[in-house]
Ligand binder design. Structure first.
Ligand code: AKG
Length: 292
């Protein structure tokens, strides 16, 4: 897709405000989508099954990889998709941040996920300003059968967060591969039941208001010297841009001091040699903690 006009970005933002969600078709060019799918295949080789063990909420046969900014440059481009950022600025305001990014490869037979909200993590009373906006990247077709995300349209205006024990009337976010759906953090939603024989392949790239704590500890997961090699647009949404006075070092842009502290930007990081080898150890430790 070409550059979004201000009018187009406003139209998406208005639909998101009204309905809690909006679909941007044709957002992911085929070559980019193929590159991301190849990256997910690679992740399945190096960290099989995803980075979290099976669970009732996150899925029993759903593969979720996290910490992906350490995996390769393609994720830098995912996080900074210009058309998406243009809409998010209108929804979340200036200085919004990348909050968490990962995959949601929903395997065949996975039951529908509990209906939830993504800004429940902050426990703010509703109504509140927009705190979170998720973007669901459809890398395969989202249909009712494949387990398209389900939403309760307009639920972003309801006075309470959803009750996990209740059933809600939902609609599937049907969209062809290559689309991206924006889902406001206060909109009731959840992954659908995958009744097909194949994977529903998706990314969930989640952003938050600049005053909120990021859900994934992105600023500690990537080596500071490597973050300095990232494109400025990515550094900005990781939290390097001083926003309304927040995020400074010595009352100035932190990048200035980081170079003094860590030296020139470099992608070298010894931990990368061990990171994938530690996959089984991480999962086993997590499972034994859950059993304790
Ligand atoms: O995968 C989906 O369709 C929705 C995922 C989601 O809402 C979540 O994992 O929080």
């Amino acid at each position: 897709m070409g550059k979004l006009t201000q009018d187009e970005a406003n139209q998406y933002a208005e639909a998101i405000e009204r309905d809690g969600y909006a679909i941007m078709e044709g957002a992911i060019p085929d070559d980019f989508r193929e590159e991301i799918c190849a990256e997910l295949d690679r992740l399945q080789q190096v960290r099989p099954g995803g980075d979290i063990p099976p669970g009732p909420f996150t899925g029993l046969v759903t593969r979720r990889w996290f910490d992906v900014l350490n995996d390769g440059e393609v994720w830098e481009r995912v996080a900074t998709h210009p058309g998406i950022l243009a809409v998010l600025e209108k929804v979340l305001g200036e200085g919004f941040l990348l909050s968490t990014m990962g995959s949601a490869v929903v395997g065949p037979g996975e039951k529908a996920q509990a209906i939830h909200v993504d800004d429940g993590v902050y426990q703010f009373p509703r109504p509140h300003p927009n705190l979170v906006c998720n973007t669901m990247w459809a890398l395969s077709d989202f249909t009712e059968e494949t387990g398209a995300t389900r939403v309760v349209p307009g639920s972003n205006h309801l006075p309470d967060d959803p009750d996990f024990s209740k059933d809600y009337e939902t609609v599937p976010v049907v969209m062809p591969a290559g689309s991206v759906a924006f889902v406001l953090g206060s909109c009731y939603h959840g992954a659908g039941h995958n009744q097909s024989n194949g994977d529903r392949v998706a990314l969930t790239i989640n952003y938050c208001n600049g005053s909120m704590r990021q859900q994934e500890n992105l600023m500690m997961s990537v080596h500071p010297s490597r973050m300095l090699t990232f494109p400025k647009a990515l550094q900005d949404i990781l939290g390097f841009k001083v926003c309304k006075g927040a995020g400074h070092m010595f009352a100035q842009d932190p990048r200035d001091e980081m170079v003094r502290h860590y030296g020139p930007p470099t992608a070298a990081d010894d931990y990368m040699d061990r990171r994938n080898a530690l996959h089984a150890e991480r999962l086993a430790a997590r499972q034994s903690k859950a059993r304790a």
